[in-house]
Design a protein around this ligand. Sequence first.
Ligand SMILES: [Fe+2]
Ligand SMILES: [Fe+2]
Length: 145
Amino acid sequence: MAFMNWDEEVTFDVSWLDEEHRALVDLLNEIHANVQAGEKNFRLHYLLDRLISCTESHFAEEERQMLRIGYPNHENHRLQHKVLLNEIRSLQTAYREDYISLSLDALTQIKSWLTNHVANMDSDLARFAKRFSELNPATDGPADL
Ligand SMILES: [Fe+2]
Ligand SMILES: [Fe+2]
């Protein structure tokens, strides 16, 4: 069974958002599989780097869209992104300094943080974005936002 599953509740029918979330989940699952297999290698370094760069670009895209559509909870949402990114960065730093420090507990913490964020904050943003595109059908932006 996968470490993290992606189900209907966190799929919003906003394709760019759903695709990026799915990519993050796939990455976390791959990291988890490597940790469980006891891997302490370059592959894991690479995956952590990738998790950080994918998370950064995903958050940046959400923040860009929030500004574009005038999302009212933008500041609070952006702040939560900052906190999560810091969590992931400190996980990476710990791993770099001591190969043994990448624990399943730490991964589980990231997983639950991400799940909560998507189920609450991102789902609210997705609702607002869909409403925005219904009211502004001619506006430029990702096809379904
Ligand atoms: Fe997100
Ligand atoms: Fe978000």
